[in-house]
Design a protein around this ligand. Sequence first.
Ligand code: SF4
Length: 378
Amino acid sequence: MERDGTLPADGFAELIRGRTPESAGYLFAKASEARDRVFGKAVFMRGLLEFSNHCANDCLYCGIRRSNRSVERYRLSGPEILEACSAGHGLGFRTFVLQSGEDRFYGPGLVAGIVSEIKASFPDSAVTLSLGEHPTESYALWRRAGADRYLLRHETRDPAHYASLHPRGMDVEARVRCLYALKGLGYQVGCGFMVGTPGQTPELLARDLLFVKELGPHMVGIGPFIPHRDTPLASAPPGDVDETLYLLAILRLMGPKLLIPATTALGTLDGTGREKGVMAGANVIMPILTPAAVRGKYLLYDNKICTGDASSACRACVQRRMESVGHSVSLGRGDHPDLGAGPPAPGGPSPAPGFSASRPLPPAARGAPPDVPAPEAR
Ligand code: SF4
């Protein structure tokens, strides 16, 4: 696998099934070597801004799913998003990851305006979007507005398993089409999956690894499944940290240049899970920049860590944690080694229609009213 970056499906399944402490230790050492050859000991820090917890979808595992009526919903306005980015920029962050549920309140033009404004205000920074499935035209608009990267976990490549985790009407093929569309538009693209969802088998995980190989993403995010008490999967057992780390190491050996985060979910199930993630081959960490007033409301799963800390405390804590395992933090953009900060889109940079880098935000972006009901609630 180290030579070819892949195995046949049954080879991956056998590797996963045959995990022992010894084989895991061996893989972690090889994965760390592979990562260090490309990136050295630097772990890239990204600032994660969760700007809305409204979602039109109803994924069975997700704490902010549409039908969870116990969630206190919030939306950040354009200025609030910019303010959080400004604070993050002051702390040294040079990548802002804008994440939300699939919230139709933020239409394509509004998102494009916010992206344009962030890029105009912080031209040395990258913008990553993680907003779910959208029409290709919206992805293209946001790319032209300056978005650099897009994260869209595929969750599982197996259609039947996907159907067991999502409501009728959601289809893994649609998600895969989105990933290829994003790649075609020149985004640095991230896919990913949960480890330990109910019914998952080594064969299904092998299928996910083969999909990663086929797609050729720039980033892969994986984390252990963690149940949320207000979802249909509330009583399912959580995923296994050791198995997640093992898969992370396999991904690193498959793609030495990949950007792989040590996820908050790892840190939630294990107090030193993020450090272990880095020791297994991860090279990205994402402290939270979401304003403290709403941070505790973006709970995709139970007991999520870092919901009570100020952004500055989060950043300092993460830096200490990385240094404790012999790594430094890098606050550069942290692009994929093959890409870098190229032009925003085929055809050259151009602001989103209706927005100029030097113009103020449009009215909607200036005052996204937090009390506008979600489309699903209207
Ligand atoms: S996983 Fe994403 S798309 Fe699914 S309900 Fe949660 S926020 Fe919405």
